[in-house]
Design a protein around this ligand. Structure first.
Ligand code: MIC
Ligand code: SF4
Length: 642
């Protein structure tokens, strides 16, 4: 029986476990990446491991998220990351060089290798035929130290791309269609492997767009084969030696299949407030638009922005629209400025932003009250833009550019002028002068720590009797943006958990932090897909700081669940979803004989206030059960070193 591409890469990197589907496996990690908003924590944790030099083939630290410098905090964190990187063998991509996933694609991704990153959109590298997975900072720290990375051996879904896209329909519409079919929770425990005749028409940045937004499916990752297009791209990036042809075996067996007829695909839009609320652009009439934002790690490549420039050339954006554009990298911005495309954008009325995440993570450009904002990004969770009442719609660059001209959401196929087909250039402009190499004399490097860098909270070994109140009860699909909001005011405190904790879960209940502190911690009760979205460990560290001992949910998102366990918080799943309805906020709850119960994988929770008992499931491997008993990953590592 043949293997899928996913299975081939896993097999060649397997260090723990076997290829049984659904069982836990440990894989060797060739590459890591971090960005600044999760990076400070990841490097503090790396330092706690006391390892001198990283043991990966390549590790890169990016500055791309926390780029607004309205006080010293972000700049201090940049300096900390720059010095810690230089000392420990890590490449450092300076602010201005671009968004981690875009730059990694251009300069570092290698087909067939593994990558984990402290960012949920790390799967972008799947466009290059890499097995690339988003993880919590601590898992990345351990991988930098040479430790394996653990996942549940995923199911592999074949996404069969039939036919060829029509003009003005693009890669973004493909992933929106996958999201429409599969939903934001349909991808948990799966890898989406793209095959079919449509693949050969998609360039690497287009494939990267699809894999990037595959994160919104809750998937482990997404991947494309490495073929002629991959070779062309690597050649144009001056690194053809990294090319290796890779594909699934002809007789590979897939666990599921999704079919997309590209010829029939239309421009799509994800409506507020979820990436899977997908509709046809042509079906939404007269939606007046206030803001349009083009960029983010999903759609900020050279090809994307060239298409936008072609559409805007010689025109002016509508009076009611504010258009902001953030190129994905210095390479993209330099090329646009050399070939004149930048002039087209600026003279049409675009406001050009730094090559960084920017508005995607609420770092400036928050829309006006109740505004409609069209974005080429990947997430439209409520409030993420920095304006709670804003309605964010996710679209392709073509839809965004045409709508910028009309001022209403417009099907780009209505744009009747000929837009030149944009191919990737034969040679990209290569200049790595903003990538700082690690030091050859690391002992001479002093790590600079600003006053904002506070020690992170550490979990304690599991106690046998846990009591506390149900401090909050939340519904389905609570995102990490709810649990640990991120915006221009809070992002500077990513290395200061005591400060952040005062905002934990406040979009759901503004008194949650106060309540948690007054009650000495307690429990969180949640619906399904709890913790979807980002990889930010802060969504576990802030609850840990507030004394949260366990979360009871109908189901969990993959990265958040791992982050909770890494930090000693027990993620329990209701055996019967009806029990969710029975618990009320404020109920006194108790878990007895916790250590034994954790070991068995079935945990009974007593509701003292109501005289009831609920059966909960802890469906995790032995390694993670032991981790909970030790009080998190760092304690487990310390124990194993004794
Ligand atoms: C995001 O898109 O939410 C982020 C910001 O890139 C996060 C990381 C973070 O919270 O810092 C992610 O996706 O992992
Ligand atoms: Fe940055 Fe947005 Fe991409 Fe996250 S999703 S890495 S914030 S551009």
């Amino acid at each position: 029986m043949g293997l899928t591409l996913t299975e081939k890469i896993i097999k060649s990197h397997l260090v723990k476990g076997d290829m049984t589907k659904g069982s836990e496996i440990g894989i060797r990690i060739d590459n890591t990446l971090t960005q600044d908003s999760t990076g400070t924590m990841a490097y503090l944790q790396f330092e706690a491991l006391s390892i001198d030099q990283v043991k990966t083939k390549r590790s890169v630290a990016y500055i791309d998220h926390n780029i607004l410098q309205t006080g010293p905090e972000n700049a201090d964190d940049h300096l900390y990351i720059q010095t810690v990187a230089k000392k420990h063998g890590i490449y450092f991509s300076k602010p201005g060089n671009g968004i981690c996933h875009q730059v990694n694609l251009e300069r570092f991704d290698v087909p067939g290798e593994t990558l984990i990153g402290s960012d949920s959109h790390t799967p972008t590298a799947g466009g290059m035929g890499m097995l690339a997975i988003g993880a919590g900072g601590l898992d990345v720290a351990v991988a930098m130290g040479g430790g394996e990375y653990y996942i549940i051996n995923p199911k592999v879904v074949k996404v069969n791309l039939k036919g060829k896209l029509n003009t003005m329909v693009s890669a973004k519409d493909i992933i929106l269609e996958v999201l429409r079919q599969v939903t934001v929770k349909g991808g948990v425990g799966k890898v989406f492997e793209y095959i079919g005749e449509g693949v050969k028409y998609l360039s690497i940045p287009e494939r990267a767009t699809i894999c990037n937004m595959g994160a919104e499916l809750g998937a482990t990752t997404s991947i494309f084969p490495s073929d002629e297009k991959t070779k062309e791209f690597l050649e144009a990036q001056g690194r053809v030696e990294d090319f290796k042809e890779l594909s699934a075996d002809k007789d590979a067996v897939y666990d599921e299949e999704v079919v997309i007829n590209l010829d029939e695909l239309q421009p799509l839009v994800a409506c507020p407030h979820s990436p899977d609320k997908v509709e046809k652009v042509s079906g939404i009439k007269n939606l007046k638009v206030n803001q349009i934002a083009i960029g983010s790690c999903t759609n900020s490549s050279f090809v994307d922005l060239m298409k936008v420039s072609e559409i805007l050339k010689g025109k002016t954006i509508a009076e009611n629209v504010s258009l902001v554009i953030a190129p994905g990298s210095k390479q993209v911005l330099t090329m646009l400025s050399k070939n004149g495309a930048l002039a087209n954008l600026v003279s049409a009325g675009a406001r050009i932003l730094e090559c960084a995440c920017g508005p995607c993570i609420g770092m400036g450009q928050s829309p006006s009250t109740d505004a409609v904002s069209l974005r080429t990004f990947n997430r439209n969770f409520e409030g993420r833009s920095g304006t709670v009442s804003a309605k964010v719609y996710l679209v392709s660059p073509e839809t965004a550019a045409v709508s910028a001209l009309t001022g209403v959401l417009t099907d780009p196929r209505e744009f009747k002028e000929t837009v030149e087909k944009i191919e990737i250039p034969e040679k990209f402009l290569i200049n790595d002068n903003l990538i700082v190499s690690p030091s050859k004399t690391p002992e001479d490097i002093e790590i600079v720590r600003g006053p904002n860098i506070k020690p992170f909270p550490k979990a304690k070994p599991l106690s046998d009797d846990i009591t506390g109140k149900a401090l909050i009860k939340v519904e389905d699909n609570i995102t990490t943006d709810h649990i640990m909001p991120s915006n221009a005011k809070l992002l500077p405190f990513r290395s200061n958990i005591p400060h952040l904790a005062d905002f934990c879960l406040t979009p759901c209940d503004k008194d949650f932090p106060k309540n948690a502190k007054e009650n000495n911690g307690g429990f969180i009760v949640a619906g399904s897909n709890y913790g979807q979205g980002s990889s930010r460990e802060h969504a576990a560290l802030a609850p840990l700081y507030l004394g949260i001992k366990a979360v009871f949910a109908k189901s969990f998102a993959r990265i958040h669940k791992a982050n909770l366990i890494n930090n000693g918080i027990i993620p329990l799943v209701f055996e019967s979803e009806n029990d969710y309805d029975k618990i009320s906020k404020g109920d006194e709850l108790e878990i007895n004989d916790t250590i034994n119960q954790v070991q068995t994988g079935t945990v009974y929770v007593e509701n003292i206030s109501k005289g009831e008992k609920y059966k909960m499931i802890l469906d995790i491997p032995e390694r993670q059960k032991d981790m909970l008993i030790c009080g998190g990953k760092l304690n487990q590592i310390k124990k194993s070193e004794k």
